[in-house]
Write a protein that binds this ligand. Structure first.
Ligand SMILES: Cc1cc2nc3c(=O)[nH]c(=O)nc-3n(C[C@H](O)[C@H](O)[C@H](O)COP(=O)(O)OP(=O)(O)OC[C@H]3O[C@@H](n4cnc5c(N)ncnc54)[C@H](O)[C@@H]3O)c2cc1C
Length: 399
């Protein structure tokens, strides 16, 4: 019989630890990214928000340190590393600046679609620039009439000789003003075909007929969002990603990856807040003793620690499943609804534990709160994630 106190049981802690431990290489990436986050990103978190953009210098530094697109094939500037390593990096980068982590997030989400479905020539032209931090590629899926029901999109792509002509609007696009390229999802079939009538195109955004607008948002101001308008934009047919009608599947597969990264990005902010708050409550005194002497203060933090650790393991499990080629749509949806919500709750709680100073813009809690909130919507809302989890559960219940 299994005795949890018996050290010699075959499933010892060490065995469990080995399953979840990071490799030496992953730890090395983590060290590099953590140092960069602490030395460069964290001190500039507020300044980049004020500037309303992520500086090219920061992007290039990330590129030089090898923090963008590590999972891309070597032929396209990447290191062909596993997806867990991408998770390790985004978590470390977000410790310093949640918004800068978007550079890696968009690179990984869009880069995977390009690497898999673009011609080798196009991938070789674009992906090394992304890895170097020189180019940013946005994901252009959402349209004004709706984002959750993405299969109903209407932006039109009409074949014209060797090209397609794209006409319509994409809205709510992260880094709309800072990106050079976009993976654009357009309707090549009929609206009645829904997902099967959607194709993906890699569009260079200096093409004639493209214009952009800027949104005034609550948070993620260094990332920024906006609309991208397409007025008869000529896109070479060679820039179609995969076959006509394959676009929807491509983006959904991409989301299975990005949703785990987003989970880690958000939880990273929560972990930093918790670390700062444990320190603060040990130092701050009220009623003649440290705040940490009150279980009313420490217990909520202990609960947050537990939840954050569980959610974080779920994200890494999802990435490990991707690396192992195991289906992980269900887990990715779980990461996406839970982690951003949990992170928001933790940041909120840590802000309150800092009392009046937590409310001040002199401390980063208010910015973190605004920043993490956006990812309860971006990349799919909690309701849509729960629809996916329920669909998968019902499917397996049917057998
Ligand atoms: C910070 C941020 C970044 C973003 N970045 C990008 C980007 O880079 N590229 C891009 O293409 N898009 C981006 N988006 C858009 C985002 O993906 C959409 O906002 C999101 O998918 C929801 O779509 P919607 O806003 O049109 O809401 P709607 O689809 O109109 O939904 C409104 C509300 O109704 C709920 N709802 C809808 N249908 C159902 C249902 N069947 N059951 C229960 N509830 C339902 C939703 O959950 C939501 O709460 C971003 C959004 C934000 C906030």
């Amino acid at each position: 019989m299994f005795d949890p106190n018996e050290a010699s049981h075959p499933m010892t802690d060490a065995t469990h630890a080995a399953q979840f431990a990071l490799t030496v290489d992953q730890l090395a990436f983590r060290d590099t990214a953590v140092r960069f986050a602490a030395d460069v990103l964290a001190p500039a978190y507020k300044a980049q928000e004020k500037a309303g953009q992520i500086s090219l210098q920061v992007r290039r530094q990330m590129g030089e340190l090898g923090l963008i697109g590590v999972e891309f094939p070597e032929a396209f500037g990447g290191m062909a590393l596993d997806h867990v390593t991408a998770g390790v990096i985004i978590e470390a980068v977000a410790e310093g600046d949640f918004n800068v982590a978007y550079i890696q997030l968009l690179a990984s989400l869009c880069g995977a679609i390009v690497a898999r479905h673009a011609s080798p020539e196009i991938s070789a032209r674009l992906l090394p620039r992304i890895v170097a931090g020189e180019s940013v590629v946005a994901l252009a899926l959402t349209e004004p009439q709706g984002g959750s029901d993405a299969a109903a999109l209407v932006l039109k792509a009409v074949r014209d000789g060797d090209d397609y002509l794209l006409t319509g609007e994409k809205t709510s696009i992260s880094m709309a003003e800072q990106c050079d390229w976009a993976v654009v999802f357009a309707r090549t079939g009929t609206v009645a075909e829904r997902a099967r009538g959607v194709s993906a195109f890699l569009v260079e955004l200096d093409a004639p007929g493209i214009s952009r607008t800027h949104f005034t948002d609550l948070g993620q101001l260094a990332v920024g969002r906006g609309s991208i308008f397409f007025d008869q934009v000529r896109v070479p047919a060679s820039h179609r990603l995969g076959a006509e009608g394959d676009g929807f599947v491509q983006v959904m597969q991409g989301f299975d990856f990005s949703r785990a990264l987003i989970g880690l990005q958000c939880l990273s902010v929560a972990r930093v807040c918790l670390a700062e708050t444990w320190k603060y409550i040990g130092e701050r005194r009220a009623f003649g003793k440290p705040l940490s002497d009150n279980q009313g203060v420490t217990f909520p933090l202990a609960e947050h620690e537990t939840m954050v650790e569980a959610a974080r393991l779920l994200c890494y499990k999802t990435l490990a499943a991707k690396d192992a080629g195991i289906a992980h749509t269900r887990e990715a949806a779980m990461c996406k609804w839970w982690a951003p919500k949990l992170a928001f709750e933790v940041v909120h709680s840590c802000l309150l534990m800092h009392g009046h100073s937590g409310w001040s813009v002199d401390l980063p809690f208010e910015q973190r709160l605004r920043d993490v909130l956006g990812l309860q919507i971006g990349d799919g809302t909690a309701q849509i994630m729960k629809l996916i989890i329920a669909r998968e559960a019902l499917r397996s219940a049917k057998g």
